[in-house]
Design a protein around this ligand. Sequence first.
Ligand code: FE2
Ligand code: FE2
Length: 301
Amino acid sequence: MSQPRVELKARKVKFDLSDSPVHWLPGDVFSSHLINGIHLLLPAGELWFCRVYNKALPHISDPQLKEEVKGFIRQEGAHAQAHRHGEAWLREHGYNVDDYLGRVNWLFETLLNDMPLNKSWLMPKQMEKQWLIMRVGIVAAIEHFTGLLGDWCLNSNGWDSGDAVVADLFRWHLAEEVEHRTVAFDLYEHLCANNASFYLSRQAIMALVFPLFIYFITESARSLAGQDSHADGKRIARSSVLRLLFELEKVGRKKDNVPTFSFLVERTLRWLSPRFHPITEGNTQQALDYIDRSPAAQAIG
Ligand SMILES: [Fe+2]
Ligand SMILES: [Fe+2]
């Protein structure tokens, strides 16, 4: 399938969440909080993407890839801003998000910063470029998930019954993830010394990123649900990660409000192929079509 090549740009969008309920998927507290957690995880993560990519720019020798990386940085910056509104919306509804955000910020700002854990002995000068390339690889692995979530959401109807503004915010973001899904992977390949190191290191990175992604997504749902007054929220907060993954499978099959766990596993296993490339993991035209009709983009004109 041929995919249109597009110039990546940050689009002006506007979301008014003032009338949107936190349980924005009717009768589905689990999926509402699982998706709401993205408001908390992504701003710090996407701003970290931007910092890492700004450092990588001088190392890019392919002019077209360089332009794509600049467009990627602009889009991720806009996504982080939109989700900051989501974070404020959760706070306005009385949710305390500080503990969870503390863990997310530690991951991106302390563990994964230019000097890990702020310890200079952990980062000798001669290792700086390798550490930068490894972090570019981590971005590529995370982008595999944002891209496949985008592909899932553009092909599911579950959110049609949810709050229109919240659904549009996530769909607009995830459609742009589909639009720029190849950039992180291409940049990582471009910076790796050879094909063998590219293949082996991207497998090792995914082995770390997949469990971390599951941990952070389920933890955000648990921490938000635990602050609900009704029994369903308390039950979710007490559930183990394994139990939440069973629930993800069950709810995903029944309601299509979230992707199933088996979908996440199956799409992650594709990453193992030496021939894997994210271009086949979504449909660019479908993403552009959604962006064109997104109410948030139309509100700006
Ligand atoms: Fe994003
Ligand atoms: Fe992205």
